[in-house]
Design a protein around this ligand. Sequence first.
Ligand SMILES: NC(=O)c1ccc[n+]([C@@H]2O[C@H](COP(=O)([O-])OP(=O)(O)OC[C@H]3O[C@@H](n4cnc5c(N)ncnc54)[C@H](O)[C@@H]3O)[C@@H](O)[C@H]2O)c1
Ligand SMILES: [Fe+2]
Length: 406
Amino acid sequence: MGLFGALRLPREILFGSGQRRALGAVAAKSGRRALVCTDERFAATPSFAEMMADLRASGIEALVHDQVLPDVPSDTVITCVEAARPFAPDMVIGIGGGSCLDMAKCAALLLTHGGVLTDYYGEFKVPGAVLPIIAVPTTAGTGSEVTPVAVISDPVRTLKVGISSPHLIATAAICDPDLTLTCPPGLTAIAGADALTHAIEAFTAVRRAGSATLPQQHVFIGKSALTDHYALLAVRLLGRSLETAVKDGGNADARADVMLAAMAAGCAFGTAGTAAAHAIQYPVGALTHTAHGLGVACVLPYVMAYNRSSSLAEMAEIGTALGLADGNVEKRAQGAIDTVRRLFAAIGIAPTLAKLGLAEDKLDWTAEQAISIDRLIKNNPRPFDIEGMKTLLRAAYNGDMAGAAA
Ligand SMILES: NC(=O)c1ccc[n+]([C@@H]2O[C@H](COP(=O)([O-])OP(=O)(O)OC[C@H]3O[C@@H](n4cnc5c(N)ncnc54)[C@H](O)[C@@H]3O)[C@@H](O)[C@H]2O)c1
Ligand SMILES: [Fe+2]
């Protein structure tokens, strides 16, 4: 298969300690009126006050919506958009975790094109450009600052829903690792484990022939030369620094590594897509009400074991990125899986679906739901049938790594 690459990214990505101070200058390129989406926690911080003062000093009037809730319940988007419409913003700025960034994307979408969120569920449903979005993450995990996705929870649906469109990619991402210094260990671990899952699932995603139509017809197209580059960068940085960031949250170097990794993983999966671990998390999250990152990370080692036979070379490369030196490809591939397992155990990720709180009698339902999420399942390097998915979930429930590889 010939060399092929595709990548869709923000126009401007800024990374580094203190970059939050560029917000006013960056926003001034997009107009004079900004809707700012954040949550009550961040709105009460001195950093937020400084950023709002910077906007004012740059001649920008801001309307602040500081009521964003985790997982973005769909009715909260309506409330935000109704309050913002008379203000007629030129841009939407999201500052916070993935939820605040996804709220900013949804608000920009509805303020531009009207209608209701359900009109846009799925892929490529956004009809055109939306208001410029500036994303300023305060967690290091989702990669939402660079991805074409907004994830929301809709009370009418059992599973969370996604709106995926290149039009939802932020115009600018401002990543300042200083903003993550306040993340408690649990949040750091869960968000960082989500990022590692993004990187590994993007790097081991199916590789398709690079036809001219592929990136025009699909948001998530599988791995390519360009997404691989970002995925491996993310694996390397997380391998060396995630545990330190969780255990020593004041370590600025480790915080910077993890935030750069989360952004890089977003650059990778935003075009490559994710795969089975994310598909399984949709029903698991709905049943256990556990955080997204915890669910994907819990099942990732089992998914890696399932995929090992069809992605041996990729698994070995992941092993190299994690610092393993063994020249034998088989051993490095297995070492990658073992290292991810060890890292997740060290930062408190539940080691089995049983420990995560999934009821045993829901395993079959979980398998049926997961396998029906076609856009993610078809991106997995090793195909699934329902029996294969049931076997994998049973193994992940029991902590049976050998069973997952069967
Ligand atoms: N759009 C995407 O590409 C994408 C990708 C993966 C996940 N997601 C979604 O993102 C959401 C999860 O985002 P998240 O993990 O960033 O968490 P979050 O945004 O849901 O926030 C979780 C909690 O962490 C707090 N928090 C955020 N930053 C903090 C900081 N610096 N210090 C202390 N507390 C802080 C928040 O106030 C909130 O209470 C989920 O809805 C998930 O489905 C989106
Ligand atoms: Fe994720």
